[in-house]
Design a protein around this ligand. Structure first.
Ligand SMILES: Cc1cc2nc3c(=O)[nH]c(=O)nc-3n(C[C@H](O)[C@H](O)[C@H](O)COP(=O)(O)O)c2cc1C
Length: 279
């Protein structure tokens, strides 16, 4: 499943797309997506599932653009490790869709009531008062849609000014690897394979492009950790552990591209998810 795809090309091609043609994903690509979803395998335990849904452009699912017909939701339990795993597993699908030439956009602040209407998933909780954006905050009972993404075709004509501004301010600007290395490690001292994987990791998308991950490497280069700083809070985004999972996914794919297998440990430490890669 993971082998045989040029993940580096997908990482470099992916962008958050906020203007879509209002046509469905063609059947052959949809079949590939569905079969990929059914076969995603990662070397750690998790509760993540991915559901494709059909959306309507005249209803407000995404706050800033009309929904294309197809989308995907990343559901999981809501403890910090589970939402982080949703980032990891979700990003595999996002990058796979990119490799098929499809456009996507991680979306945390979707309209929950509209998602529930088109993709019922709240069960008895649907009767309770609903948060307006996303599933809400903190740990709740049962599974939630942690984030969603449109899946479709970039409409490059008629992109609204707001979207253009958002794209040029946020997209693609990434700090260098050195900005994320902790404990006195320099880029130059890293084995080339780890530096390569970090280079893919630093290109991960994050809410408002905040790039708040930190990389730690043991002195024998056998243990690599990815986490956010202890106590980190994002001003607007309630689930920064998702973004850490996305970043960890890029790192893992980078190691796979270099044919290095890792064991992965995912743990909660000091209130945040910590990803450890054991080479
Ligand atoms: C977990 C997560 C949640 C996000 N939520 C939203 C969102 O609610 N609305 C939005 O317009 N973009 C959202 N984004 C997209 C980011 O703004 C975008 O990834 C970032 O600006 C970097 O741009 P790029 O994806 O084009 O590289 C989200 C990204 C991530 C990783």
């Amino acid at each position: 499943m993971i082998k045989g795809i040029d993940w580096e090309a997908a990482v470099n091609a992916r962008r958050s797309t906020r203007a879509y043609e209002l046509r469905p994903v063609e059947e052959s690509k949809m079949t590939l997506l569905q079969s990929f979803i059914g076969n995603i395998q990662v070397p750690f335990e998790h509760t993540v599932s991915i559901r494709m849904f059909k959306a309507r452009p005249d209803r407000k699912l995404y706050t800033v653009f009309p929904a294309p017909p197809d989308g995907a939701a990343f559901l999981s339990d809501t403890d910090v490790c589970s939402v982080s795993a949703a980032g990891f597993v979700g990003e595999i699908l996002i990058l796979y869709a990119t490799s098929l030439g499809l456009a996507t956009c991680w979306y945390g602040h979707y309209t929950l009531a509209e998602l529930e209407r088109i993709m019922p998933h709240l069960g008895a909780n649907a009767a309770l008062p609903m948060p307006k954006w996303g599933y809400g905050k903190g740990v709740v009972q049962g599974q939630r849609a942690i984030c969603i993404t449109p899946v479709g075709y970039w409409q490059n004509e008629g992109v609204r000014l707001a979207d253009r501004v958002q794209t040029s301010f946020f997209s693609y600007r990434r700090k260098p690897v050195g900005a994320f290395l902790e404990e006195g490690i320099s880029e130059e001292s890293l084995p080339p394979e780890i530096l390569y994987a970090f280079d893919l990791a630093r290109k991960a998308p994050s809410a408002a492009n905040s790039q708040f991950w930190r990389f730690t490497v043991s002195s024998d280069f056998k243990t690599i950790s990815i986490a956010m700083p202890v106590g980190y809070k994002h001003i607007k985004w309630e689930h920064p552990n998702v973004d850490i999972g996305v970043c960890a996914c890029h790192f893992w794919l980078g190691m796979m591209m270099k044919n290095i297998d890792c064991n992965i440990l995912l743990n909660e430490e000091q209130g945040r998810s910590v990803w450890q890669f054991l080479v």
